[in-house]
Ligand binder design. Structure first.
Ligand code: PGA
Length: 255
């Protein structure tokens, strides 16, 4: 089964709209119409519109980092899927460990968002991953299972076809520590097995499972060579066009 590689930049709370426009234009000029790899950039809300204009006409797609699962209303500080769609966002990162940790997002709230994103034509990038304590306590697979199946509750096979999963061990995010390719593959393989049990092999084989956590040009080739690693969700190394484009290249080479 050949899945198209998927490289997404999670800019987190970095880049002003002007800086974002510059970075996005640099990426767009390199990616142009290249369809070999799916490339997505996820700027902050305030930069979405400017970045959207910068990538117009290129193959780079836009993602948001969050939304609130309501159509509209009195939710101070939040943005709706409709607002994101109007600036041509196609993806949204959900369940990121930083949102789970700093904003108290639970599996059931993440699940509500996953379902709402699918109903509202945004493709969720569902993030799951264990903390260092959980890994050391041998709970990795249990945590990943709970977050994966919790996040996908009520999502049918049709819905699944629009979901991208990102395995991000929390201890590897922004720390410079990467899971070894073997460690990552073990978890990615388990994620695929869980998807197979729930949705059947044909549907599970189509799902892109990204690795996230200090992925950079030097470690990407080995990670991307693993059977069940279909791309990356990249934080730090996505903030510089050179390293991000090298990651896109690594995915192209692995294809
Ligand atoms: P990192 O972040 O690449 O800086 O580790 C990844 C992420 O949090 O999505």
């Amino acid at each position: 089964m050949s899945r198209k590689y998927f490289i997404a930049g999670n800019w987190k709370m970095n880049k002003t709209p002007e800086e974002g426009k510059k970075l996005a234009s640099e990426i767009a000029s390199v990616v142009s119409k290249d369809a070999a790899v799916d490339v997505v950039v996820c700027p902050s809300f305030i930069a979405l519109d400017r970045v959207s204009q910068a990538i117009e006409g290129s193959a780079v797609k836009l993602g948001a980092q969050n939304f609130y699962p309501k159509t509209n209303g009195a939710y101070t500080g939040e943005s709706s899927p409709e607002m994101l769609r109007e600036v041509f966002a196609k993806y949204v990162i959900l369940g990121h460990s930083e949102r789970r940790e700093y904003f108290g997002e639970s599996d059931s709230f993440v699940n509500e968002k996953v379902r709402f994103s699918l109903e509202n034509l945004l493709n969720p990038i569902l993030c799951i991953g264990e903390t260092l304590e959980e890994r050391e306590a041998n709970e990795t697979l249990e945590v990943v299972k709970r977050q994966l199946l919790g996040g996908l509750e009520g999502v049918d096979t049709d819905g699944l076809s629009n979901v991208v999963v990102a395995y991000e061990p929390v201890w590897a995010i922004g720390t410079g520590k990467t899971a070894t390719p073997e460690m990552a593959q073990e978890v990615h393989g388990s994620i695929r097995s869980l998807l197979t049990e729930k949705y059947g092999e044909a549907a599970a084989e189509k799902v892109r499972i990204l690795y996230g956590g200090s992925m950079k040009p030097s470690n990407a080739p080995e990670l991307l060579a693993q059977t069940d690693i279909d791309g990356g969700l990249i934080g730090g190394a996505s903030l510089d066009s050179k390293s991000f484009c090298e990651l896109i290249d690594a995915a192209r080479t692995a294809s």
